[in-house]
Write a protein that binds this ligand. Structure first.
Ligand SMILES: [Zn+2]
Length: 302
């Protein structure tokens, strides 16, 4: 590759057409200068989503569980924000325990459909809890990231798809339904799935980055670990499991992502707005944005 690219330069140099050559670096430099930089978010761009989910729980009996109005309202809230931003959204229904649930899928127009970067989080809570850290926090981080994609009018190499899963809490039901309905070809088009479950835990000392044992150290895992290392933030490797990435792992689809760890209030009424640390939630969102921008711009061979 290197040889092939340097050959025209050598030939041109031998022919003495330096005028033509000098135009090439100038054009490249100007294209680079115009390339959009990776955005970051403020607390004010993430925390309002968590306040909205708390309000939804408050007016629906204190939870956002599968089969409840609280879950339906959560989906409606995220969907309307995505629709306003220009995503192609759809609700994909499934049935569990006698109740219909929905996965919310949002596609950002453009990118190579044979190389999908899928980013997701579960949007349901358990019945005993408003589920603001588990997993309003992951849902809000993914939503804030999607809205940055729209705001930046990102033109990715990979196709960007975002997902909010239903019925994770009763056993990864929504994500398993989604993966189970994919054809073999559709599975192979997903380069990697990034999962975020509990992204704003209080007293977070280190981010738990998902290591995919089946696929080794993926480019996604490397990208997360680089992002945190560049900011002197400690990380710890965890395996695929315990959240929706397990559904993808079971189908042989590579995955990564991270968690900030289980809080004392997990699955309890006290997993409310006060159970999320805004600075941690903002850092998690910035990490997701940083890695998504990097992976969106490159298509690696598998
Ligand atoms: Zn969870």
């Amino acid at each position: 590759m290197t040889l092939r690219r340097s050959l025209p330069g050598l030939v041109a140099g031998a022919l003495g057409i330096s005028l033509t050559l000098s135009a090439v670096p100038a054009a490249t430099a100007s294209a680079k200068a115009q390339a959009p930089t990776t955005p970051t978010v403020s607390e004010q761009q993430v925390m309002p989503h968590l306040r909205a989910l708390q309000r939804i729980a408050d007016r629906n009996g204190g939870n956002r569980a599968h089969g409840t109005q609280g879950y339906a309202d959560s989906v409606a809230y995220v969907k309307s924000a995505l629709d306003r931003a220009g995503f192609r959204t759809k609700l994909v229904p499934f049935t569990y325990n006698g109740a219909t649930g929905n996965n919310l899928i949002a596609d950002w127009p453009g990118g190579d459909p044979d190389h999908v970067l899928l980013t997701g989080a579960h949007l349901d809570s358990v019945k005993e809890s408003p589920g603001i850290n588990d997993n309003g926090s992951g849902s809000a981080a993914v939503l804030a990231t999607a809205l940055q994609v729209a705001k930046s009018r990102l033109t990715p190499e990979r196709h960007l798809r975002f997902a909010w899963w239903g019925a994770e809490e009763p056993g990864l039901i929504g994500s398993a339904d989604y993966v189970g309905k994919l054809s073999g070809a559709e599975r192979r088009r997903i380069d990697v799935y990034l999962n975020f479950d509990q992204a704003g835990s209080k007293n977070t000392q280190q981010w738990l980055v998902v290591h995919d044992d089946e696929h080794g150290e993926t480019e996604a895992q490397q990208a997360f670990e680089s992002w945190f290392a560049e900011r002197n933030i400690p990380t710890f490797d965890i395996g695929v499991g315990g959240s929706d990435h397990e559904s993808f792992g079971n189908a042989g689809i590579p995955s990564s992502g991270f968690s900030t760890g289980i809080s004392d209030c997990i699955h309890e009424a006290c997993d409310n707005l006060a159970n999320v640390e805004p600075k941690t939630e903002t850092t998690s969102t910035d990490a997701l944005i940083g890695v998504l921008w990097k992976l969106a711009a490159t298509i690696a061979r598998r």
